[in-house]
Design a protein around this ligand. Sequence first.
Ligand code: SAM
Length: 219
Amino acid sequence: MRDRRRARELAAEFHRRGDPTGWFEALYREAEEGKSTIPWADYHPTPHLVGFWIQHPQQTAGKSALVVGSGLGDDAEQLAAYGFRTTAFDISETAIRGTRKRFPNSKVAYHAADLLNPPASWCGRFDFVFEANTLQVLPAALRPQATKNIAAFLRPGGLLLVIARHREPSDPEGQMPWPLTRAEISAFTAHGLKEVLFDILPDVSEPDVRRFRVLFHRP
Ligand SMILES: C[S@@+](CC[C@H](N)C(=O)[O-])C[C@H]1O[C@@H](n2cnc3c(N)ncnc32)[C@H](O)[C@@H]1O
């Protein structure tokens, strides 16, 4: 069982202060100082990304990928190993610094950046965008802007792979990380994307969790 107590405490404290994304940096700093742990840090690529690739290998030669909320970098390194020219970003400067330390010879371009206000130069630039578990740690009111910005990263012909905790609309919202409904995942289609693959899969490490794994295409 992952220990999310400190993450939830910090999230609640920063929400009260009107800074709903400030707690990520605070948590990564505490972790760097050995005072907390990062509940989502697995130190290996997301199994639902690796599983997707086994079932649906993609052409990567000459193509670019972007990883949203890259955490400690394992998924970005995996996409670079698949052959993409890879960019990855996280809102936490400490996470980005820690990632660069973990992968000193990385080919990935890591940036500290905010999904809610990303660099304009990333708009329409990427062939493959990977988002795992970031939408679900943002409060519901911020998800529509985050969804719109993620969709905008894709160039025509590009693919977006999204992984997120699943709940039925009748289930309670629960605590952070808030599981998403199908309607929240399908919101990408309001920004010009078409859903091409849709799965709800059991989680490898948490048997009571089910996750969406959804692939979108920008025509
Ligand atoms: C739950 S973690 C998931 C990390 C990784 N994607 C994974 O699946 O293991 C969410 C990550 O998104 C980052 N994040 C949260 N809000 C963000 C934002 N507005 N812009 C960029 N990154 C953000 C956090 O710092 C954290 O590293």
